[in-house]
Write a protein that binds this ligand. Sequence first.
Ligand code: ARG
Length: 410
Amino acid sequence: MIFDRLRTRRPAAPTAPTGGCPYAHAHPSAPPPFSEPEPRSVPEPAPAAPPFTDPEQASEFVRRFHREQPAAGAPEERLHAVLDEIGRTGTYVHTPAELAYGARLAWRNAARCIGRLYWRSLVVRDLRHLSSADDLAAECFEHLRLAGNGGRIRPVISVFAPDRPGRPAPRILNQQLVRYAGHHVDGAVVGDPAGAALAARARDLGWKCAEDRFEVLPLLVQERPGERPSWYELPDDAALEVPLTHPEHAWFAELGLRWYAVPAISDMALEIGGVRYPTAPFNGWYMGTEIGARNLADADRYDMLATVAERLGLDTSHDRTLWRDRALVELNLAVLHSFQEAGVTVADHHTESHRFLKHVAQEARLGRPTPADWSWIVPPVSGGLTPVYHRYYDPVDPSLRPAFVAREPW
Ligand code: ARG
């Protein structure tokens, strides 16, 4: 990617003689008016390999950091030091303040996230000195405890070692720190189909599973490409979970549904100023619809709508009876109700939509755009009931940094 960027930025060679050139009046294909010796094949100097970390991205970040944080003073001295460090080592080390601000900017820049109003409050754990699988696992569990905070969820990111020249950083293989396993049994999946591939991988490594519907996956950490990952069972106090009940229907509890409290994405890299942190799990709190309208409802996830509709006594003989829609609302109500009863932070989609527009307005007052992806921002139930539906957003620029980006496989 860095190579591509450099290539596209190089100015194109002029295609025709330009003013000031001795051949300016000649036909472009005419031979030169005097005979030059045939150029001997002098080997072209090999183009210098671009540095591991793109100096332009580094400069852009340092400037932004200083611009948005006037207390940090003028950027020149730091810019000089960063470029010098890149020249010497191929990359540079962020100051703790740069790391913290960069992580918060990555959240602010996340075009798919409706929860960005609180981007300044992100708790940044600087764990860049850690790179062994054991340390990563232990600190991921600590992350979950801090973020779970007994139910008052705090947005937290734990930043582990970055990639360095010739030394890729270790990685977590799980999509999220907490997720449920899926198991193929008699042609169907028991549990979460989204956790089936990782469960299979964990089993290959020796993980013993009970094949429950809500079985928390172990954490898989790979220290180097091609190496056998290590796996770690989550301690009980790390994965806070909420059993689901319904405010009016007692039978709902019998469905045996539950969900975990902390959505902590662990398969995206954090990119700040040209430095890539491939292991930087981060979490916010849940918006109820993520669980009630997607994880438990999608046909390729827990697919619960028919079961809920049946218990509600709905007529499921035709789409037109809107049995899916009615079941969906009750399922979402159960999620919000249960989290609230358990004292675990959760947002409803109406409140979170208003917060998002407040964020957009606040940023606009500061003269900043809020790029947003409409199809991700609008909630998957009652879209048109929320104000985020009724407008468009600043365009998304995939090259915007700092950012959370998909990690390419090793
Ligand atoms: N949608 C994902 C899930 O249901 C989580 C994505 C992040 N969500 C969040 N509220 N921070 O597990």
